[in-house]
Design a protein around this ligand. Structure first.
Ligand code: FEO
Length: 175
């Protein structure tokens, strides 16, 4: 049986992951509205990843005999000034999520919940990737500056991203 405090903390994290999904879907809609379909695709894949994160926590609570309780999802922003502004927000948001995951690990260690400490390691690794992939696009966008042909090249590149369900990569670490 999962500790009550841990159950509440994971329920909050489920909400945070679904908010992340909602935020990225809003960013996808923003990119659609400015005709950057590749950027919109990247965000749509990110939306799927975040839903998968939420479900991973959801399944874990149930597996432990706990109770998932869903809370309202906050409305995300809907407009940004530039692709760089969007990805700057993605990067900062992922840093915030990393902080949340680290706090969950702290709680698991503090309560000697070895199973949850072990479960959370997937997310610790995943957050390294999440921050790195956002930062990679931020760096590219900083180089591009006002060059619209370079921006369209990045758009074509981001159009290639496809969703890989976490279950398919769980054995080999974060996906
Ligand atoms: Fe679920 Fe982007 O962290």
């Amino acid at each position: 049986m999962i500790d009550q405090r841990m159950q509440e903390a994971i329920n909050k994290q489920i909400n945070a992951e679904i908010y992340s999904a909602y935020l990225y879907l809003s960013m996808s809609a923003h990119f659609q509205s400015v005709n950057l379909a590749g950027f919109a695709n990247w965000m749509r894949v990110q939306w799927q990843e975040e839903l998968a994160h939420a479900l991973k926590f959801y399944d874990y609570v149930n597996e432990c005999g706990g109770r998932v309780v869903l809370q309202p999802i906050e409305a995300p922003p809907s407009q940004w000034d530039s692709p760089l502004a969007v990805f700057g927000d993605v990067y900062r948001h992922e840093q915030k999520v990393t902080g949340m995951i680290n706090k969950l690990v702290d709680l698991a260690v503090e309560t000697r919940d070895h199973a949850t400490t072990n479960f959370l390691q997937w997310f610790v690794a995943e957050q390294v990737e999440e921050e790195a992939s956002a930062d990679e696009v931020v760096r590219k966008l900083k180089l591009v500056d006002a060059d619209s042909s370079a921006l369209f090249m990045i758009d074509r590149e981001l159009a290639q991203r496809v969703f890989v369900p976490p279950a398919a990569t769980a054995e080999g670490g974060a996906g």
